[in-house]
Write a protein that binds this ligand. Structure first.
Ligand SMILES: Nc1ncnc2c1ncn2[C@@H]1O[C@H](COP(=O)(O)OP(=O)(O)OP(=O)(O)O)[C@@H](O)[C@H]1O
Length: 233
């Protein structure tokens, strides 16, 4: 296994314009995550967790700083380069599923594989759906699926291309406790099966406990608490 970190953030700042003036959202984030780690990102509402994840995913461009993924500096990638890099290396799961409503479960999972010219995209998508227990729902549209099932489709889609980095932003936030637990078990099982790196934003302490490490974000910074953890380790 290579020693190259899965993810490095160096002095990331994010400033966005709002009607009330510029807002400093991220204020110098430094972070290094190793391959295969599971990381919980916790912190108060509005502290910048989702913004940090958007910067990592290349869906938001930082104002300054550097983003390295698997040793590749993606900071100055064009939008097209970022889209290709995301397709090949990053899986993302959102709280509200983000499935395409006019596509079946099978199509939702296979479409990114087809874009990547992956051979046997449908067969691979079917395998991913079977791995999350949805082999009997392949032809169902999102509106015909429960919230838990929709999130399982989103998991199948995120894992389909075997990404190096899996980002999940409160993936159980819209689900009831029992369904959320099942989705979470699947998320960890799929992570284990593929041995990718998992970053998970959560407000649930039980979930954070399941991860190797917890990163605390406070007011756009990684809080002192983490620095003490690092110093003690
Ligand atoms: N497009 C934007 N323009 C201006 N400010 C924004 C924008 N997007 C987010 N913010 C602000 O940035 C801050 C961080 O938001 P972010 O969504 O990253 O927080 P969070 O920690 O993920 O919160 P939550 O736990 O509630 O999801 C908030 O104060 C938010 O209002």
């Amino acid at each position: 296994m290579s020693d190259t970190p899965a993810l490095q953030l160096q002095d990331i700042h994010l400033k966005l314009a709002s009607q009330a003036g510029d807002v400093n959202i991220l204020k110098g984030i430094n972070l290094e995550i190793h391959r295969g780690e599971t990381i919980a990102i916790v912190g108060p509402s509005g502290s910048g967790k989702s913004s940090m994840m958007m910067v990592i995913a290349g869906l938001e461009r930082s104002t300054s700083g550097r983003v390295m993924i698997s040793g590749k500096d993606v900071t100055n990638f064009s939008e097209d380069e970022l889209a290709l890099f995301r397709r090949d290396h990053i899986g993302i799961v959102f709280q509200d599923f983000h499935l395409v409503p006019t596509m079946t479960a099978l199509e939702n999972v296979s479409i990114p594989l087809e874009f990547a010219n992956t051979p046997n995209a449908y067969v691979k998508a079917k395998e991913q759906l079977e791995a999350v227990g949805l082999g009997h729902r392949l032809e169902h549209y999102p509106s015909q699926l429960s919230g838990g099932e929709q999130q399982r489709v989103a998991l199948a889609r995120a894992f389909a291309a075997q990404p190096d980095l899996l980002l999940a932003d409160e993936p159980t936030g819209n689900l009831d406790g029992e369904t959320g637990e099942k989705v979470m078990d699947l998320l960890f099982n799929r992570h284990k099966a593929q041995n990718n790196t998992l970053l998970l934003i959560t407000h649930d302490p039980k979930l954070a406990e399941k991860c190797d490490r917890t990163i605390h974000v406070q007011d756009g910074r990684i809080s002192d608490h983490n620095l003490k953890e690092v110093a003690a380790s």
